[in-house]
Structures are given as C-alpha cells and as structure tokens.
Design a protein. Structure first.
Length: 408
C-alpha cells in the first residue's frame, strides 16, 4: 500500500541522492580548480598575458594547462562553463528542504519547547533567513571590507555565530544545524550565479566585441571563489549533522556548529598552502584536533538528550497522532520493544545515549516521531535491529494507528 508517508519517503530518497551527486560534482570541480590555481607556475617563453601553467598526469595521459591574467586574445570556440554543478546542488537541496522540513514541519522543523511557531511562520523564517543571509553577505563584500579579506572573514565568522545561535533558539536541533548549512550553501551558490558567472560573461562579451576586458572582474570573482573554498567543508558537515545527536541534540549545538567553520578553515589552509608550493603547515592539523576536542567537550554535558521538553505542548500534527485511535496500544508496543534503547538512559548494553538522539520514553515523544516509527517499524523491518523482535501484528497496529492519525 502506497500512502502519502511512503511516497514522501521515496521522494526524499530520490531528492537526497540527486543532492549528493550534484554536491560531489560541485565540490570535486571546486577543489580541483582551487588546487590548479594555486599550483600555477611561470615558465620561460610564456606569453605576457599568461598568468601561469601546470603540467598534470592522470589516467595514463598528460595535460598542459595555462591560465591567463585576464583572458586570451581570442575566445576559443570550445568553452566549458562550470556552473550547473552549483545550481543543481542548491536546487535539489531546496527541494529536499521543502520535502522534509517544510512539509514535515511539525516533526522536524518546529520545537514547541523553544518557539511554538505556526507552520507558516516557521517556513517564512526559514526561507527569509536564506535570502537575508545572502543580502547581508553580499553588501559586506561590496563594501570597503572587500579590499580587506582577512577582516571580512573575521566579521563573517561573527555573523555565522550569531546566526547559529538564532537558529538554535527557534528550531529543533536538527533543523538549526541544517539551516546554518543551507544559508551558507545559498551564499555559495549565489556567489556563482550572481557574481562569478556574470563577471565571466562580461569578460566573454568584451572579447567578442574586440575590447580588452577589465582585470577587476576577475579579482572580484576570485574573492568569492576563495570564500566558497573555505565554506565547503563546514557545509558538508552541517548537511550530515542530523545523523549525529551529539552534534545537534545538545544545548550548545550552536557553539559546535560555529566551531566547525574554524575546522574548515584550518583544513583548507593546509591543502591550499601545500598546493601553492608553500610547504605543509602541519600546525593546522594540531589546531583542527584542538577544535575537535573542544567540540567533544561542549557535547559532553548533554549526551544525546532529547530535543525539546516532553512536557511542552505538542505541535498540531503530533497532537492529532496522539489522539488517533490505537495510540494506547502503540504506546505499550514502544514501551516494551523500543524504550530499552530510545530513552534518556538506555538499558541496552553499550548504548550511552538514544540512537540518533531519538527518545521514545514519553507519549509526546512517540507522537512527535510517529512518522519515523511508522516507516521504520510499521511499513519496513528496519527497527528493531537484528537480534530483537517485533511481531507482525504489532507492526500492523503501528501502521493502522499512523494512517488513522494522518487521515484525521
């Protein structure tokens, strides 16, 4: 039987893999061109308009690559644009945000214990913050701070900390970290769509018209490309953070998310210096390890605690499921089959916290995680894991309860 939850689950699956494939293509090309740019060298006989060249070997073949200071004297007929990887990543990411967090706002976006927002308001804050983040970032880059890149980066990091704190006050832990990644990814894609590619098109138009392109367009695009280079790794971490409750399900999750950006800087700095032929600054790995240990320490006080407060009012979707026929029977099934692991203090040997931060030790928690329970234990046999048992009849009770609640 294919109901809305199952179809939604497969839609998320397709969107997630599209997003992953597009992101891999974008990150791969981005890292490659940064390394190429940093590795360029001058050589005897090189033309005055050439910035540098590099010889590479890969797949049994040799490649000779040159970069021009501004542009070649003649525009080649075969010109490849690297932009669709970025656009596809952002578009698929936004589609996934809508499918999971907007359509499932009552489960994944809104935390009544933090801010009991109506769905429309939560979605408006989410979408508005993505747009506002780009506007503020772009204005700062276009200001005189654009000529002082180090100071600009420090200020941008301060804004990231404020944004991380703000998201943590409004949304669930999962949504807070994911939104910090989403606003950063929006800035990165907007850099490509609104700055880098338009500047390159100006240069191309000048060449076709027989004019000498201005070097400033390349400098502006290079600044934005450098920002994207340093932001890539933090965005990847934040997009994967919902798998790790020690990252998102703690009171200091906004601090953890902020420190991840510093780790991104230290790791990329090592590779950027190495690719530029400036040695290997091993101190960056010591700094990365120190930041990571600080993150571990920040997560220790609340090891995998539940998001929100079980006594807080339920979101409307969860309230409907708590009142649906069969809820009492589901409570009993969950109490006997699931709570040994999904509790504040799990009884299962070796578990120090609830898997993925999901606690099912209260009626409110069961209603809040109803969709996950239905998909994991009602429609599939993903839960409980091997070695434990859930009767077919119990799975049927869970499925019937969820369908009744979803239809009400």
């Amino acid at each position: 039987m294919f109901d809305a939850a199952i179809l939604g689950h497969w839609s998320e699956f397709a969107l997630r893999w599209l997003h992953v494939v597009a992101a891999m293509a974008w990150i791969g090309s981005s890292f490659y061109f940064i390394a190429l740019d940093l590795g360029l060298r001058r050589a005897p006989g090189m033309g005055a308009t050439v910035h540098g060249e590099e010889w590479q070997v890969h797949g049994g073949g040799f490649y000779h690559i040159q970069k021009y200071l501004v542009a070649p004297d003649r525009l080649p007929d075969h010109l490849i644009w690297f932009k669709w990887e970025s656009y596809a990543t952002w578009l698929s990411g936004v589609a996934l945000l809508v499918a999971v967090y907007y359509l499932g706002a009552g489960f994944y976006l809104i935390d009544p214990a933090r801010a009991d927002l109506p769905v429309w308001a939560a979605v408006a804050v989410s979408a508005g913050s993505l747009a506002a983040g780009w506007v503020v970032y772009d204005l700062l880059c276009r200001s005189p701070l654009g000529e002082r890149p180090t100071l600009l980066m420090v200020l941008l990091f301060a804004l990231i900390v404020v944004l991380a704190w703000g998201y943590a006050q409004l949304f669930t832990g999962r949504a807070a970290l994911l939104h910090l990644g989403a606003v950063t990814a929006t800035v990165m894609t907007a850099n490509v769509f609104l700055v880098i590619i338009p500047n390159q098109k100006v240069v191309v138009a000048d060449l076709r018209a027989g004019r000498q392109p201005e070097a400033r367009f390349g400098r502006i695009a290079k600044l934005r490309s450098t920002h994207n280079n340093y932001l890539t790794l933090p965005v990847v971490f934040l997009m994967l953070s919902n798998h790790y409750p020690l990252a998102f399900a703690t009171e200091r999750n906004w601090m953890i998310a902020s420190l991840v950006f510093l780790m991104g800087v230290t790791i990329r700095h090592f590779f950027n210096r190495m690719h530029a032929g400036a040695g290997r600054p091993w101190w960056t790995w010591a700094a990365t390890a120190a930041i990571f240990l600080l993150i571990v320490w920040l997560a220790l006080p609340v090891p995998g605690g539940a998001e929100g407060d079980a006594r807080a009012p339920l979101a409307p979707a969860a309230a409907r499921l708590a009142a649906a026929p069969g809820f009492a029977a589901v409570e009993e099934i969950v109490a006997t089959r699931c709570v040994m692991c999904h509790a504040a203090e799990p009884l299962w040997p070796g578990l120090l916290w609830a898997p993925k931060g999901v606690r099912l030790d209260s009626a409110g928690a069961i209603a809040t995680h109803a969709r996950d329970i239905y998909l994991q234990a009602g429609e599939s046999h993903a839960m409980p894991p091997a070695g434990l048992w859930l009767e077919p009849g119990e799975r049927a009770v869970i499925a019937a309860w969820f369908r009744a609640g979803a239809a009400s």
